[in-house]
Design a protein around this ligand. Sequence first.
Ligand SMILES: NC(=O)c1ccc[n+]([C@@H]2O[C@H](COP(=O)([O-])OP(=O)(O)OC[C@H]3O[C@@H](n4cnc5c(N)ncnc54)[C@H](OP(=O)(O)O)[C@@H]3O)[C@@H](O)[C@H]2O)c1
Length: 224
Amino acid sequence: MRIAIIGAGHVGGTLGRRWASVPGATHTVTFGLRAGDEPDAQLGEFIEASGGAARAAPVADAARDAGVVVFATPWKATREAVESAGALTGKVVIDCTNPFAAGLTGLDVPDGRSGAEEVASLAPGARVVKAFNTTGFNIMANPVFPEGPATMFYCGDDASAKRVVQQLASELGFDPIDAGPLSRARVLEGMALLWVSLAMGGVSGGAELGREIAFRLARRRSTA
Ligand SMILES: NC(=O)c1ccc[n+]([C@@H]2O[C@H](COP(=O)([O-])OP(=O)(O)OC[C@H]3O[C@@H](n4cnc5c(N)ncnc54)[C@H](OP(=O)(O)O)[C@@H]3O)[C@@H](O)[C@H]2O)c1
């Protein structure tokens, strides 16, 4: 797959590096940067050593050449990032952002809406899937736990786009679970707020368990 990553920070840098390194896969990853931005030193070294699997380019060029466009920008910068990516019609757009309100008091979107639906409204014709937002970037680097893989919930309105995300999550080692239509994104964004509360309780009054935690869906065979 040709994957563009818009927002080459903790989340985008981690996902892009991992997809460019999936054994046997032939993904090419382009990190979309704003004019004047350079990849940080670690990402620059990765690109150098990637043998062409990863590169950096201006945001619009990265998005134009990709079939999958990933947004991993701070929420406040996401509108500008989507607009600067140009036409996204027909592309799979993966929204990893979390529209947290200041002080982590809730979500900074109108009642009943989600950041993913806002992204979809900025990108007409794009096949938007919400994913890679309910756990930390450190878990995206390694989703393996003693109990089994962390769950990656995703949601969207386009079945074939969701299959792409299922594959990409699975390639990273997640247990991918379809959470339903894009309107479910408000639930996934709420889960992200819960993850932060549990990981960093000092910030928002939760349990303070640290970042090495992830949601995992428990399943068992029916005993009935
Ligand atoms: N951190 C996590 O564990 C985590 C987990 C799940 C979801 N998320 C969500 O994912 C998003 C990114 O989080 P993060 O922690 O990766 O943030 P981050 O480390 O600050 O990275 C954001 C990146 O986006 C770049 N950027 C900002 N505006 C841009 C624009 N208009 N066009 C292109 N790139 C732009 C930033 O560049 P500059 O640094 O040059 O400004 C930076 O490289 C947030 O919405 C966050 O809520 C985070």
